[in-house]
Each structure stands twice: as C-alpha cells, then as structure tokens.
Design a protein around this ligand. Structure first.
Ligand code: NAD
Length: 441
C-alpha cells in the first residue's frame, strides 16, 4: 500500500514514519522547503524521543520519502492524510485555510480513487468542506473521479508520540463509505493487535470526539488548579486531595496534577475552537469558558508567588528559570506557561536566566535575548534571588543542595510542578513555595 501524508510537523511526521514502520510506502509532504531538505539529509526538525532512529530506519529501507510536491506524493497513493496546522483565527475558531488548501491541491492532482483523510484537529463540518473543495477542483478539470473523505483525529502526546501512535488506546475514524472503512481498517490493523478498538462512526461524531477529549483533559487540569488555590486558602494539601480523589476509580488518577497551567499547541486552541463552535450553534459551553479563565489565571500563579515573596519589588531581582517547553520531552513552546511568567517578570523589572534541556533554540527563535540562556541548570542559578521550576524535566528532579546553596544569592524556590519535598527544602534552608499547599513557616 502507498499513502501520502501532507504536513510534516509533529503529527504528520510521526504519522508517516509510524505507518512506514508497518511496511507500507509513505511520502511525507511539506510546503516548508527547508524542513523537507533537512529531512532528506536526516535532520529531524522537531525533538521527539525515538523519532530520529525510526525515520532513518525507514528511509534506509526505502519506505519513507520526503517531498515538497503534493502532486508527486499522490502517484499510486490510496490514502492522503491531511495533517497540516489548524491555528486559532482571531476570533478563536480554527483557521481552516491550510486544510482546505491541501484539499484543493488533492482535487487538482488526483487521477484515481483516493480516500482523503483529515487528521488535523478540525471543527465539525470540516470534512464536508474538504469534500466540496476536492469536488470543485475536479469539476474545474472537467473530470469525474470517485473519492471518499474521512475523519481520523490524532490523539498522540508530544514527548510520547511514537508510543502513542504505535499503541493507541483507540483509533477514531469517521467514514461515510464501506470502501473508505475497509481501507482504513487495513491500514490501522497493525496498530490494534493489542486489542484496542478502531471506533468507526459518522464523520461529525469523529470530528467532535477530538475536541471533546481535549476539552475534558483541559477541564481536569483547570479543576485541579482551582482546587489547589482553595487548598492554599484553607490550609489543605492538594497532593493529599489529589491522591484522595484519584484513587476513586470513577475519577482516576491521571491528569489531576496541579501545575502552572496547561499550554502547548492543542489544549488552548482546541478549547477556544470548541467554545466558538458551540457559540455559533447557539449553545454556551459555560464549563469550558471557566476552564479557560482558570487556566489564564493559573499561568500567572508562579509570578504572583514570587511577587508576594519580594513584597511587590521584583525590580533588579535575578530569577533563575528551569524549563521553557510547555511540558517535558518536547521543544514545543506554543502557549507555554514559561512565556507568561517571563513576560510578567521582565515587566516587573526582574532579569531572567533560563535553562531548558532542549527548548533553548526554540526560545531564542521566539523571544530572542529577552532572557539570558544558561549552559546548564546550575549555571542558571548563579547569583539568583529565586529559582522557579516551570517544566518538570527529569534532570531537575533531584536537587544538588550544596551546589544551589553555593550559587544562589537568596534561597527561594518556587516549584510550579510540586516535584520537590517541602520538608527537605526547609531542612536545606530554602524558602519553598509550591502549588496548592501553604509554605512551611
Ligand atoms: P505543525 O505546525 O507542527 O505542522 C504542520 C505542518 O504543515 C508544518 O510543517 C507546515 O509547514 C505544514 N503545511 C502547512 N500548509 C501546508 C501545505 N499546504 N502543504 C504541505 N504542508 C503544509 O502542526 P502539528 O502540531 O503537527 O499539528 C497538526 C494538526 O494536528 C493540528 O490540527 C493539531 O491541532 C493536530 N494535533 C496536534 C497534536 C500535537 O501534539 N502537536 C496532537 C494531536 C493533533
């Protein structure tokens, strides 16, 4: 079987590579010439554990190709996946110009039956727009070539993308023909040998499932962050509350960790887009609006803790910051809480010296020299008045107290992920702030 994957970012590149791993021939397409040139030269444009080796292996085996030409990728392809970005428009709705643009190109170049699968996260009704766009281009060409559209949202997590793709909890496919269903069934068979299901459904339900999943996860996070704020006010410890509720199997213990707010390329934009879809349909998703408000507030919580500690006088203070990416194991900084904290600290007159194991280059690209970049975690803390942990990379988990004691000017730690032990911090002479628990006296 041969397929084309259009868009070679986090989703497209992982999708294409994992399909190639099953033995089929995959051509990954992108309009970004540099990205494609890099990929052809074995340079992987994103940080995703395990991806380098897998790309190399499949290229060497002659199963994985890269091109900027969608036309070329369609030759003999039975399926084309659309995996381009769907960034938020000004009003919060998903901007579909890249998706429909690809659909038009498919209509322009296809010369035999093909299934056009939308893998990008798109609002309900998009697959119909894709169908219309393909059809319009075929009509312009005065040809009648049968095709199907399908929806196949992606649930992978950056940082664990390969594992998620190879061993998915479930695969969701929205289809409207038996032919499309059987082609997708064949394509995904190697990934469900673990017994997890392929859920075939109508296209609208499939499109909505993706948003509902992300909205539910964002809701869990904001709920816990809200409870954490209450814990601090009433003198409770959110870690105990989390364990107490998480051991109830109806609730579960995943995604209920309080922190510095959710970020990344998906939750913020998908929550916004779902609110917009709902508003457009005359229904106000009140819960999700609150989820967004709580998250906006939470992204400032670490700043407020610092500001309070220094009695509103952050001017001239040196702040060490550990972690720039929105979560560990990725270099993605889209909507990262670190960006909000940095902005507020700079606004207050502080200087920031940051370290991240992989996202420094990305940070440089995004915010340039607004912060100083340290060569390692402890280099960031030299003469610091406080250390803020924003992203819980493994290498930050165990603190070298003697080193930190020697390097920092002031012994203050603000832990945005609750990874340190308050008692231990105290014993080592640090004033320690975390989320959802009052600092020890
Ligand atoms: P990305 O920005 O990393 O990649 C998108 C790629 O598409 C870019 O390389 C861009 O150059 C390319 N592109 C744009 N227009 C093109 C065109 N006309 N032809 C060819 N290539 C084109 O985005 P991503 O993070 O991979 O996300 C893609 C979609 O998947 C989004 O809808 C996103 O919401 C969804 N999604 C993302 C994740 C995630 O963790 N990143 C997870 C699940 C779903």
């Amino acid at each position: 079987m041969k397929i084309s994957v259009v868009g070679s970012g986090y989703v497209g590149l992982v999708t294409g590579t994992c399909f190639a791993e099953t033995g089929i021939t995959v051509t990954c397409v992108d309009i970004d010439k540099k990205k494609i040139d890099d990929l052809k030269n074995g340079i992987i444009p994103i940080y995703e554990p395990g991806l380098d080796d897998m790309v190399k292996r499949n290229v060497d085996k002659g199963r994985l190709f890269f091109t900027t030409s969608l036309k070329e990728s369609l030759a003999d392809a039975e399926v084309v996946f659309i995996a381009v970005g769907t960034p938020p428009d000004e009003d919060g709705s998903a901007d579909l110009k890249y998706v429909t643009g690809v659909a038009r190109e498919v209509g322009t170049y296809m010369d035999r039956y093909i299934v056009v699968v939308t893998k990008s996260t798109v609002p309900v009704g998009t697959s119909h727009k894709v169908k219309k766009a393909v059809q319009e281009e075929l009509s312009k060409r005065n040809v009648s070539i049968p095709f199907d559209v399908a929806s196949n949202p992606e649930f992978l997590k950056e940082g664990n993308a390969i594992e998620d793709f190879l061993k998915p909890d479930r695969i969701v496919c929205g289809v409207e023909s038996d032919q499309a269903k059987s082609i997708l069934e064949k394509l995904y068979k190697p990934f469900v040998l673990n017994g997890h299901p392929i859920l075939f459904m109508d296209i609208a339900s499939s499109e909505l499932t993706k948003y509902a999943a992300n909205a539910m996860l964002a809701t869990k996070i904001s709920f816990m962050n809200d409870i954490a704020s209450l814990c601090e006010l009433v003198g409770a410890d959110v870690n105990w509350v989390r364990k107490g509720i998480g051991s109830d199997t109806r609730i579960g213990n995943k995604f209920i960790y309080p922190g510095a707010g959710y970020g990344g390329s998906c939750f913020p934009k998908d929550v916004k887009a779902l609110i917009k879809t709902s508003d457009e349909n005359g229904h106000s998703l009140k819960i999700l609006k609150a989820v967004e408000d709580v998250n906006d507030r939470q992204k400032e919580v670490l700043f407020h803790k610092l500001n309070k500690h220094f009695a509103g006088n952050l001017k001239g203070k040196k702040i060490a910051l550990w972690g720039l990416s929105f979560k560990p194991n990725t270099d993605d900084m889209r909507e990262a809480p670190a960006l909000v904290i940095i902005e507020k600290l700079i606004e207050a007159g502080a200087t920031v010296r940051a370290y991240d194991p992989v996202a420094m280059e990305e940070s440089m690209r995004r915010i340039g020299n607004v912060v100083e970049y340290a060569k390692d975690a402890y280099d960031a803390t030299i003469d610091a008045d406080a250390l803020v942990l924003v992203t819980e990379w493994s290498e930050f988990r165990i603190i070298n107290y003697p080193m930190l004691n020697k390097l920092m000017r002031n012994k203050v730690v603000v832990d945005g992920r609750n990874i340190y032990d308050p008692q231990e911090m105290n014993e080592n002479g640090f004033k320690y702030y975390c989320i959802g628990k009052r600092p020890l006296a």
